[in-house]
Design a protein around this ligand. Sequence first.
Ligand SMILES: [Zn+2]
Length: 89
Amino acid sequence: MRRERKKDIIERKYWLERIDAVENKNNKRICPNCGRKMKQQFIGLKHCKCGMSWKKDIGYFERTGDMVFALERRKCGKKWKQVPVIRYK
Ligand SMILES: [Zn+2]
């Protein structure tokens, strides 16, 4: 049983790495939970209908009801950049 589980984890990790490689090429995100294409809300932030989201700096995570997604202006050197942020209600 334990060995099975470990194998599952390794396969899941391998699958996520493969997704990353493909997506970096196509600039597409496939949901690791249900396999559907994720929809972009902002650059660097994508959502899936099943409740999974993806953010550039943290990767995949499960959305909860208290999360609010917004764009925030941040200074990056001399330029101002808009970056997606997660706020909690
Ligand atoms: Zn999904």
